[in-house]
Each structure stands twice: as C-alpha cells, then as structure tokens.
Design a protein around this ligand. Sequence first.
Ligand code: ADP
Ligand code: MN
Ligand code: MN
Ligand code: MN
Length: 337
Amino acid sequence: MAYQAEYLWIDGSEPTREIRGKTKILADGDTPGIWGYDGSSTNQATGDNSDVVLSPVFQCPDPIRGGNNILVLCETLLTGDMSPHPTNTRAAAAAALAQYGDQEPIFGLEQEYTLINPATGWPAGFPPNGFPAPQGPYYCGVGSLKIHGRDLIERHTQACIDAGLAISGTNAEVMPGQWEFQIGPVDTVTVGDHMWVARYLLYRLAEDYEVEVSIEAKPMKGDWNGAGMHTNFSTKAMRENYDAIIAACEAMGAEGVPERHLAGYGIGIEDRLTGAHETQRFDQFSYGVSDRGASIRIPWQVAKEGKGYIEDRRPNANADPYILSTLLTNTICSALA
Ligand code: ADP
Ligand code: MN
Ligand code: MN
Ligand code: MN
C-alpha cells in the first residue's frame, strides 16, 4: 500500500519564517529521499534559478493522517554544491551542538500563541465591539467565559504525543485566547526540529476549527500580555552546581551579548519587552531568583537545590527556535568551557 509523506520545511518569509508542506506519495517499502520545490514562491530563490533542495533531517508518524503516513521535516540546501540555503538556520544549530555536545546542552521552549477569530481579526474571546474583562481570571482558567479554543488545544497536544514529540505541557495564558505548549528538555537541534513540527500540527489542526494561529509578539496593544517563547537552558555543569548557573547568567549579560541575542529573538521585541507584563525592558539586562521581571529568571527550586537551569524570558513567540538554541549554546557553552 502506498503511503503519504508530508515534507515540511521553513520558508524565507520576512520578517517571520513560516512552515510549508507538500505531499509525496511513496510506495510501500520506499523511504523518503531528497526532494525539491519552487523557492521563487517562498522568498528563497529567483524565478530563473528557482529550485531549492529538500533534505530530510527528522521524521515522525503523521498523527493527523494516521496509518503508515509520516511527517518529514527537511532542511533546505542550494542546488549547486548542496550547501545550506541562506535561510537554513538549522545548520548553525547542528554546528553548535557538534562543537559543544560534550557539555550536554538541553532546552525547554515555552511556545505562547494567540488564537485569532478570522471573522473579526481579534483574539478568540474578544467581543466584536469592545473588550473582555481585564486580565486576571484567564491564566490556567476553567470555564466558558474564560477559555476559548480548548478543543483545538486538546487535539494538538494529543497529536504531538502521537507524533512522538517531546511536548512537556500546555496551559491557558494570561490574555484571553492565548495559550502555551512546551517542548523539551531536549538538545540544541532536537528542540528546533520538534518545535517546528509542533507548530505545523497546530496551524494544520486550526484549519479544522476555523481559527487562525498567531505567534505575533504583541497582538493586542495596551494592557494585555504579549506572547513569548521563554527559553529554559542547562548544561551538565549547570545541572550539577550553582557556580555554573551564575556563570551562565553572567555570560548572557557580558558586554555586547544582550544586543546580539535580542537581534535573534524575534521581530517586535521592543513592543513586548516594555518592563511591564512580566518582562524586563529590552534595553536593560538583569537576572534574579524567581524574578519574572528580569531578563533571566533562576527558578526558586534551582536556587534552593543549588543546581538546575535558567530561563531566558526575552525571546518572542515568533522567534526561530534554531536561532535561539544556537545563540544560547554558543554563548553559554563557550563561557563554561
Ligand atoms: P514556567 O511557565 O513556570 O516558566 P514551564 O513549566 O512552562 O515553566 O516550562 C519549563 C520548561 O523548562 C519545560 O519545557 C521543561 O521541559 C524545561 N526544563 C526543565 N528542566 C530543565 C533543564 N534542566 N534544562 C532545560 N530545560 C528544562
Ligand atoms: Mn510556561
Ligand atoms: Mn507562559
Ligand atoms: Mn516561563
């Protein structure tokens, strides 16, 4: 029996990359190989030299189609010398892991996102002419007035589990219509692979619910929380002693480092990192125990036990997980080496 392989890749959309996919029918016993697509339709090539190569890097069961069908995440390569396409951010993550893998870097990413009602263009739960009650009851809330989109979230979570992704939890967020799932803890490359496939499943399942998923960092201006992608990170040394935790925080605050990192933390960072709504201002750097107003939070259990991980609270929901994991691996592992 033939089966379907959904080839997935990351496009060249500006300012925020999108996931794309197309289907290949494979004969029973065949495995997915190199493929290609029209890069002039994805902002990755010109019409006169349009082919971009798809090279499979991660595959898993397709929990939506079921059966023998699979998802095939690919990296993009240039046709000439088969080197990474300029928009291929996974290659740098793989290089960082190859260089620092002996320190066993691992990540947990908290992907926040907002469900948008396509009819109004407003977040799910926002009435067409006005605003819902102020923030307070929605975070981890229960009940019809507080919660919008639960069916989709339940289906997405089960789909991630069925695909074998390292999903570690979900919760309703502070703004109505806003949700979160977490991927991790897994290594520098795997966290990006699983996050992109989890995003694909979320967008794809949302089609069935006539709702649009947005990873915009500040979908509602004013007194509403933005959407981030808190990045939890540790190395073997950080999981064993507190000096390494502090050294990691110091490395993240060293001269020039915060600016360099923020440039890779997603578009619209200044709109979200205002100093309000559980953020530190984008132009200030701080770290502290339990401090949700700091750039980097050391969780209280980590301070208590004297080991564990740190949480970089600055990345936006619309960040590229490969860029995040590359930045943190290189900055912290080079300092701890
Ligand atoms: P909070 O909402 O309190 O900030 P979450 O529970 O949403 O925290 O996310 C915490 C994330 O940290 C999870 O994805 C988890 O997998 C990850 N994590 C736990 N331990 C470690 C560790 N030692 N190194 C890296 N990430 C970790
Ligand atoms: Mn969280
Ligand atoms: Mn959150
Ligand atoms: Mn967090």
